[in-house]
Write a protein that binds this ligand. Structure first.
Ligand SMILES: C[S@@+](CC[C@H](N)C(=O)[O-])C[C@H]1O[C@@H](n2cnc3c(N)ncnc32)[C@H](O)[C@@H]1O
Length: 311
């Protein structure tokens, strides 16, 4: 919260993805607050359970402040403290879009009750702007599942996600590291290249690493100096855009306005939108690909409009 107040101006962040500490470690918590780093387990700082409601409200209020109007936020939470996060969200202007269930493999084994193998992902937006939701960034409108013949786009956008946790044998990692595919999905749907993605609880810096790999900018905070000092060196190894070649290319869909006459007003909107996107320092190709979705026009016809406008 202190870091956000110091470094992040109001309305400056396009997307927040945060996986806050769980607040479930009971009596052993004082250990984590001990300044002796040898007691910090896995570089993970917990929040005492009785402080969790106030803690949730404080950081979520800060998140609300720094998000741009129309910006999106995803909060990942287990069920134990979900109520406090939902209560905190109720005390902000943020609007619920979806309550997603993330089903993962290898839940903690129990004999006398059901095995817990899901998390909640709360997807909210800040009112007052146009939220980014790139509907066809991963699967085209007409793509079908070979077996069930169902729409792949529909399936990918259902609110129950089956994504496995990753096991990185022999590598130093945060115990609670989020899988790359989960982060890729949220970042692809809810941001564009050049956007600023923030994680208030960086842990292994997974959100920031994936954001940079997808050519977004990243910022965030981590209270454990053990985790921070290690990961701040690791993140320098991530090459911006390096994850982009690993993404599938969705099959092109019919452009909704293809063939319709282009009006002067539309020409103006196209040139204006292009200048806006260029201020984010993204490539011409990335800006035009985004505008293809927004304007329902083909790539080349948008390029022609821009060329004609610049004479
Ligand atoms: C559930 S983990 C996040 C894991 C992360 N998403 C990943 O993929 O590695 C929560 C993190 O929040 C950190 N943390 C706890 N309190 C914090 C605070 N007040 N400010 C910033 N980070 C904090 C913990 O040390 C821990 O690394």
């Amino acid at each position: 919260m202190e870091g956000a107040r110091k470094y992040l101006p109001d309305n400056s962040v396009d997307l927040i993805i945060s996986d806050p500490p769980y607040g479930i470690a009971g009596d052993t918590l004082h250990k984590h607050y001990n300044r002796n780093e040898s007691l910090v387990l896995d570089g993970y700082v917990e929040v005492p359970a009785d402080e969790y409601p106030a803690f949730s409200l404080a950081w979520i209020k800060e998140a609300e402040r720094v998000l741009k109007p129309g910006g999106s936020m995803y909060i990942i939470s287990g069920y134990s403290n979900l109520i406090h996060i939902l209560n905190a969200l109720q005390n902000t202007s943020l609007q619920e879009v979806n309550h997603i269930i993330w089903k993962y493999s290898f839940g903690v084994y129990t004999r006398k009750k059901y095995i817990s193998s899901h998390y909640h992902i709360l997807y909210y937006v800040k009112p007052g702007g146009h939220p980014v939701f790139n509907t066809f960034s991963r699967y085209g409108e007409m793509e079908k599942n070979d077996e069930s013949k169902g729409s792949l786009n529909y399936q990918d956008r259902e609110d129950v996600w089956f994504i496995n946790k990753e096991y990185k044998h022999g590598k130093i990692k945060n115990k609670n590291e989020l899988p790359t595919q989960l982060l890729v999905k949220m970042i692809q749907y809810s941001s564009n290249e050049g956007d600023l993605v923030c994680d208030f609880f960086l842990g292994s810096f997974s959100t920031a690493k994936v954001a940079i790999g997808l050519n977004r900018r990243a910022c965030g905070f981590e209270k454990s100096s053990v985790a921070f000092n290690y990961q701040i060196r690791e993140i320098k190894k991530i090459v911006p855009g390096s994850l982009i070649p690993t993404l599938r290319t969705p099959a092109a869909r019919k452009r909704t306005r293809q063939g319709e006459r282009i009006t002067e007003a539309e020409r103006e909107r196209v040139t204006q939108r292009y200048s806006e996107l260029k201020t984010k320092k993204i490539t011409q190709k990335a800006a035009l690909s985004q505008m293809v979705e927004e304007f329902g026009r083909g790539y080349w016809s948008l390029l022609r409009i821009l060329q004609q406008a610049s004479g």
